[in-house]
Design a protein around this ligand. Structure first.
Ligand code: ACO
Length: 430
């Protein structure tokens, strides 16, 4: 047995030992759980830049090397060799399915694709121009009101059924958000189609004629879903875990993840990136925007650039760049204005000292917006597509947390900098 390693911390002359643990790969961690009891002090780590909040078996990222593994498998291989439901099975169960398991999983998900008819009524409560993410936060949270019979989170079977329901219904709920915006009738799912082809049918089909999804475009969207399926303990996943740590139901937890994902520093970046490209408008204006991005007094950032973890390249961005070419070729859009602008922006930024020294590279969202736009997905729905994919990761991480015997309610502490105790003075004396 390996000898227990310790880190020794000297606090005001008193020395304490804290155990060090190793994972299967990645940085070791120092267990600081006894720190407060031993020293009366907390650690201070806003933004959790040096804090491992949990143990997890699901996803591993090496930001320096540009590595992303789901259950040990490189994202490049999964994106080339698997479809989204295969990857979803892997993320949920830990192993890739064999043909029988895959067939059964596909069929379970298909069994849950319809939503309760009453749920469709929620949509009419929203303004027609409501942001799809606002609709998703509300409607996914509202699923909590439909499945009381299977919401005992201590029951593994109930947790599994909830995971299947969420994965199966998110495409329907997302497509309905689009249809509601567009003023078109909701489309029932078609269970003869694959997960992603069915989503495209619910998005782009109408009751007037049969919609035949283009396999190249289905594959491209499927790849976007695979690339976004999980990403370790990012902001939205941590939100789902924190919400779930109190025992909240899975639908409410996923809804909280959707709310977090909506922010422009996270999943909202693909929408913000495309809006930025529209604002730049022309290659001749790239220099002006690069200058703004470098100006400390200007809050403008190059959307789609930079990542908290990837500091050399984002492996998903590389795959998305290839997919971008495939889709634009298929659609005869090789000369797409925004794609050309994106390429010019990427080239100039990658040669600029500011971006080199701060290790700012294009992230997955830099290209995913261009692909989605070419597929006919409206910009406002980009983050909704991301939420649909990430639901797999969120629910797997939530399930892992609930099943962890060491799990506790999440309760960070603080460094208090406000007023110390004082007395209330009567209004007429203030
Ligand atoms: N454009 C210009 N400067 C940037 C950018 C950018 N996109 N990103 C970071 N910087 C600068 C910061 O101003 C900071 O400069 P300073 O050292 O002079 O203060 C330095 O680079 C470090 O940046 P931080 O914000 O501290 O890095 P952090 O790891 O906290 O943030 C983040 C990462 C939020 C992704 C950031 O790079 C960003 O806002 N990028 C644009 C939004 C985006 O594309 N988000 C998508 C993330 S991927 C995803 O969610 C799927």
């Amino acid at each position: 047995m390996d000898k227990q390693r310790n880190a020794t911390l000297n606090v005001d002359g008193k020395s304490i030992d804290l155990p060090i643990y190793s994972g299967s790969i990645g940085p070791d961690v120092i267990d600081i759980r006894s720190l407060y009891a031993k020293t009366g002090m907390f650690t201070f780590d806003p933004g959790f830049v040096s804090t491992a909040a949990c143990k997890s078996d699901i996803t591993y990222i090496d930001g320096d090397e540009g590595v992303l593994l789901y259950r040990g498998y490189p994202i490049e291989q999964l994106a080339m060799k698997c479809d989204f439901l295969e990857v979803a099975y892997l993320i949920l169960h830990g192993e890739l399915p064999n043909a029988k398991q895959k067939g059964e999983f596909d069929s379970i998900i298909k069994n849950h694709t319809m939503v309760h008819d009453q749920l469709t009524r929620f949509y009419s409560g929203f303004r027609r121009d409501a942001h799809p993410m606002a609709i998703l936060v509300g409607v996914v949270g509202a699923l909590s009101a439909f499945y009381h019979e299977a919401m005992d989170i201590s029951d593994e079977y109930h947790r599994t059924v909830s995971a299947h329901r969420l994965i199966a219904k998110l495409p329907n709920i997302t497509a309905m958000a689009y249809k509601y915006n567009a003023g078109q009738p909701f489309m029932y799912p078609r269970n003869d189609l694959s997960y992603t082809a069915n989503f495209m049918h619910m998005m782009f089909g109408t009751p007037c004629e049969k919609y035949e999804p283009n396999p190249v475009l289905v594959r491209a969207l499927d790849r976007i879903l695979i690339l976004h399926a999980d990403h370790e303990q990012n902001a939205s996943t941590s939100t789902v875990r924190l919400a779930g740590s109190s025992g909240a139901n899975p639908f409410a937890c996923i809804s909280s993840g959707i709310a977090c994902l909506w922010g422009p520093a996270h999943g909202g970046a693909n929408e913000a990136c495309l809006n930025m490209l529209e604002e730049i408008g022309d290659v001749s204006r790239v220099g002006e925007f690069i200058k703004r991005a470098k100006d400390k007094d200007d809050p403008f950032k190059l959307m789609g650039f930079g990542h908290r973890v990837y500091k050399n390249f984002d492996p998903r961005a590389k795959l998305m760049r290839e997919t971008c070419h495939e889709v634009l070729n298929e659609l005869g859009l090789q000369d797409d204005r925004l794609f050309k602008l994106a390429i010019a922006l990427e080239k100039i930024a990658l040669e600029d000292d500011y971006f080199i020294s701060k290790k700012l590279y294009p992230n997955v969202d830099f290209y995913s917006g261009i692909v989605q736009r070419a597929l006919g997905i409206p910009v406002k729905l980009f983050t909704g597509i991301f939420a649909m994919a990430r639901t797999v990761g969120w629910i797997a991480q939530w399930n892992e947390m609930i099943g962890d015997p060491e799990q506790k309610i999440g309760r960070p502490r603080q460094l208090f900098t406000g007023a110390t105790q004082r007395d209330v003075i009567a209004m007429d004396k203030r």
